[in-house]
Design a protein around this ligand. Structure first.
Ligand code: CAA
Length: 260
C-alpha cells in the first residue's frame, strides 16, 4: 500500500478502515502533508468496495491540537490567500461518501475540533477536550469551526467557545450534543470499531443515502430536506438490499446485504 509519514492506516475485519493521526511530537498538529495524506487515505477507503465504514482517531493525549502553528506563524495574508494555505485541502473530507466516525481522545482543539466535526459523528473518550482556541492566537477558526460548532451545540455555547477559547470536557460535549457517546479511554477503539462494524454490515447504498440525507439537513430548509429524503427513501425500493432486509425481518433471520 501507499506509504504515509504523518498517519497510519489499518483495516479491521477487512471491512472497516482505520486512519490514525501520527505526529506525536506535535500532538498531531495538522500540517499540509498530514491533511494531504489524510485525504488520500480517506479517498482510498471510500473507493475500496470491501470497506463499509471509516474510523479516524489520534493518540491518547491528542486527537489533534489544531493546525500547525509553527508552519503558519510567518505567513502573510498574500501567502495564505494566494496559496490557500492551511485549509486548502480540508473540505475534500466532505466528499467522502462512506461514514467517517471520529474516535477522539485527549485534545481536539482548533483545526482538531473542526476535523472531528467534519466527521459524521464523534465518539469521545472521557479524557477528551474540545475547543476553538484560535482567538488566543489572534485569529479565528478557519476550517469550519464558526459554522459547524453552532450547528452542533447552538449559538450561545459556540460563541462562548469561539470568543473565550475555553475547552469543553467530554461530559459537557456530550450534554451539548457535540459527541454522540462518551466511554472510558480504554474502551474508545472498541466502541468506535463496534459501531463501524455494525454500519459496515448494513446495505452500503442505504448507509450512504442516510449520510447524504442527514447532511442535507444542514444545507436546506425543512420542506426541501424532507422532499430530498423522500426521494432517496423511495429510490431504495429499487435495491435488492431493501428486498433482502425486509424479507429477513419477516422470515426472522439475519439480513445479508449484497450492497446491490
Ligand atoms: N501546532 C504546532 N505545534 C503544536 C501544536 C499546534 N497546534 N499544539 C501543540 N504543539 C506542540 C508544542 O509546540 C510542543 O512542542 P515542543 O515539545 O517542541 O515544545 C508539543 O506539541 C507539546 O505541546 P505542549 O508542550 O504545549 O503540551 P501541553 O500538554 O503543555 O499542552 C495543549 C497541550 C493545551 C494542546 C497546547 O499544546 C496547546 O495549547 N496547543 C495549541 C492549541 C491551539 O491553539 N490550536 C489551534 C491552532 S490554530 C488552528 O487550528 C486554525 C484553524 O482553525 C484551521
Amino acid at each position: 500500500g501507499t506509504h504515509f509519514e504523518t498517519i497510519t492506516v489499518h483495516t479491521e475485519a477487512d471491512k472497516v478502515g482505520i486512519v490514525t493521526l501520527n505526529r506525536p511530537k506535535q500532538l498531531n498538529a495538522l500540517n499540509d502533508q498530514l491533511m494531504d495524506e489524510l485525504g488520500q487515505a480517506l479517498q482510498a477507503f471510500d473507493a475500496d468496495p470491501a470497506i463499509g465504514c471509516i474510523v479516524l482517531t489520534g493518540s491518547e493525549k491528542a486527537f489533534a491540537a489544531g493546525a500547525d502553528i509553527a508552519a503558519m506563524a510567518k505567513y502573510s495574508f498574500a501567502d495564505v490567500y494566494k496559496g490557500d494555505y492551511i485549509t486548502r485541502n480540508w473540505e475534500s473530507i466532505r466528499g467522502i461518501r462512506k461514514p467517517v466516525i471520529a474516535a477522539v481522545s485527549g485534545f481536539a482543539l482548533g483545526g482538531g475540533c473542526e476535523l472531528a466535526m467534519m466527521c459524521d459523528f464523534i465518539i469521545a473518550a472521557d479524557n477528551a477536550r474540545f475547543g476553538q482556541p484560535e482567538i488566543k492566537l489572534g485569529v479565528i477558526p478557519g476550517a469550519g469551526g464558526t459554522q459547524r460548532l453552532p450547528r452542533a451545540v447552538g449559538k450561545s455555547k459556540a460563541m462562548d467557545m469561539a470568543l473565550t477559547g475555553r475547552m469543553m470536557d467530554a461530559a459537557e460535549a456530550e450534554r451539548a450534543g457535540l459527541v454522540s457517546r462518551v466511554v472510558p479511554f480504554d474502551k474508545l477503539m472498541d466502541e468506535a470499531l463496534g459501531a463501524a462494524l455494525i454500519i459496515s454490515d448494513f446495505s452500503r447504498i442505504a448507509v450512504m443515502a442516510a449520510k447524504e440525507s442527514v447532511n442535507r439537513a444542514f444545507e436546506s430548509g425543512l420542506s426541501d430536506g424532507v422532499m430530498f429524503e423522500r426521494r432517496l427513501f423511495h429510490s431504495l425500493f429499487a435495491t435488492a438490499d431493501q428486498k433482502e432486509g425486509m424479507d429477513a425481518f419477516l422470515t426472522k433471520r439475519k439480513a445479508v446485504f449484497q450492497h446491490q
